[in-house]
Design a protein around this ligand. Structure first.
Ligand SMILES: Cc1cc2nc3c(=O)[nH]c(=O)nc-3n(C[C@H](O)[C@H](O)[C@H](O)COP(=O)(O)O)c2cc1C
Length: 165
């Protein structure tokens, strides 16, 4: 049994729910899991492995660079997995997802995760500020909840083996 931290960032709640779903899957495999917002993490010491995840906003993964900057040395010593959430996977052009993966990889540098992915998220206009609503309408963002819970659970289930815990 390993101690695993799932640290996430989320502005509108969809990534938080993904992180909780991952925690549930990993717990079901018999591990001790803390699912904590990155902002509330004060140490990554004592964990055998760490999963980090955050949503894309305006081309950047929220809070992830800051988190890595703060805990780089400790994170380099444990298996790390990373996910980002966004609408890029829904784009017709496969280059959108590839570019998002490159951005995630760049955000993680110099760390090398054992697993890395991007999940489709949720865009709920009722939760957006007027500016966010304006900008997402301008770029014709798809509206709805596109989270694939089967894919999220499957990715999470594979993590302990990939992390060697
Ligand atoms: C203002 C705004 C900017 C966004 N920018 C991006 C982006 O650059 N790339 C992307 O793939 N998704 C983008 N999204 C979609 C979000 O990543 C998606 O809604 C995600 O599920 C939000 O996560 P949260 O609910 O945890 O905050 C954007 C959404 C908003 C409202």
């Amino acid at each position: 049994m390993a101690r695993i931290l799932v640290a996430y960032a989320s502005k509108k709640g969809s990534t938080a729910e993904i992180a909780q779903a991952m925690g549930k899957e990993i717990r079901a495999a018999g591990h001790l899991v803390d699912v904590t917002e990155m902002k509330s993490v004060s140490s990554v010491g004592g964990y055998n492995a760490v999963v980090i995840g955050g949503p894309f906003y305006m081309g950047k993964v929220t809070d992830m660079g800051k988190f890595i900057g703060r805990y780089r040395d400790a994170l380099a010593k444990v298996p790390l997995a990373a996910f980002a959430v966004g609408l890029a996977p829904l784009g017709k052009d496969p280059a959108d997802k590839e570019n998002a993966m490159k951005k995630l990889q760049k955000t993680l540098e110099p760390l090398t995760p054992v697993a890395m992915t991007i999940f489709a998220g949720r865009l709920d206009p009722a939760k957006l500020s007027w500016f966010q609503k304006w900008i997402t309408q301008k770029v014709k963002s798809p509206v709805g909840d596109f989270r694939d819970w089967t894919a999220i659970a499957a990715w999470a289930r594979e993590l302990p083996a990939k992390m060697g815990v």
